[in-house]
Design a binder for this molecule. Structure first.
Ligand SMILES: [Zn+2]
Length: 235
């Protein structure tokens, strides 16, 4: 009888450990990446080899890099259990409002009335799957107090303004969405799916976004690239 209880206890403990590991696995992997981002932000001048130039392209891919910097966090990184990062975070290592942000691909720009730091660009035909519409979302283009760093050409309420790849959109900021509580200076960029009726889906859910790797020719999926800083021609 006693032996059976010991057996069961060991079994339950193993199941609990496996469960805990599965829940925390992604977050543990992202800690390595967080360390690299912190080190970069302290001394960006030491990390020239991982700073990708704005408007550059790794290979024959559709998108140009929308801003200069180190790609600190990638698609499906996890900042806490259950969280899935929906895009890529490009850190310039520069001050708020100094690093330009450009359109990654041609499309129709919109900015909702209450968007202080965000823009979205509708791409009617996905260059990698032409029968569908996709959206590219850009955010953190404001200072810690929500003062916008988006250029005056695209005020709140802008809709369906055609822009070509490389059009200046604004500057990297650190607005977190909460007044006076800044994040690190960076651009968050994501590719958002369409609902099939011409509207973008909720960008906060990873299932509504696309792995940006093939659009940039970079290893931008955390499931395939657990802790390397993405650069061109990585194995
Ligand atoms: Zn982000």
């Amino acid at each position: 009888m006693r032996k059976r209880w010991i057996g069961w206890s060991i079994f339950i403990l193993i199941v609990l450990f496996i469960g805990l590991y599965l829940v925390l696995k992604d977050s543990i992997l992202s800690i390595n990446r967080s360390r690299k981002v912190m080190a970069f932000l302290r001394h960006p001048e030491d990390y020239g080899e991982v700073i990708l130039p704005a408007c550059s392209r790794c290979e024959e891919v559709p998108f140009i890099l929308p801003t200069e910097g180190m790609i600190g966090f990638i698609w499906d990184d996890s900042f806490r259990p259950g969280h899935h990062h929906t895009g890529i975070d490009i850190f310039s290592g520069q001050e708020v409002g100094t690093t330009a942000v450009y359109a990654a691909y041609d499309g129709y720009l919109a900015r909702q009335m209450d968007w202080k730091s965000s823009l979205i660009i509708r791409i009617p035909s996905d260059p990698l799957q032409p029968d569908r519409q996709i959206w590219t979302y850009y955010t953190h283009l404001a200072d810690p107090f929500g003062d916008s760093l988006i250029v005056a050409d695209f005020p709140p309420g802008t809709s369906e303004v055609f822009v070509t790849a490389g059009t200046l959109l604004g500057y990297q900021g650190n607005y977190s969405g909460v007044y006076g509580k800044p994040t690190g200076v960076h651009l968050h960029f994501s590719i958002v799916k369409d609902d099939g009726k011409g509207q973008f889906l909720n960008e906060l859910e990873i299932r509504n976004t696309l792995d940006p790797s093939p659009y940039f020719g970079l290893s931008l999926n955390a499931n395939e690239n657990p802790d390397h800083i993405p650069v061109c021609n990585q194995p």
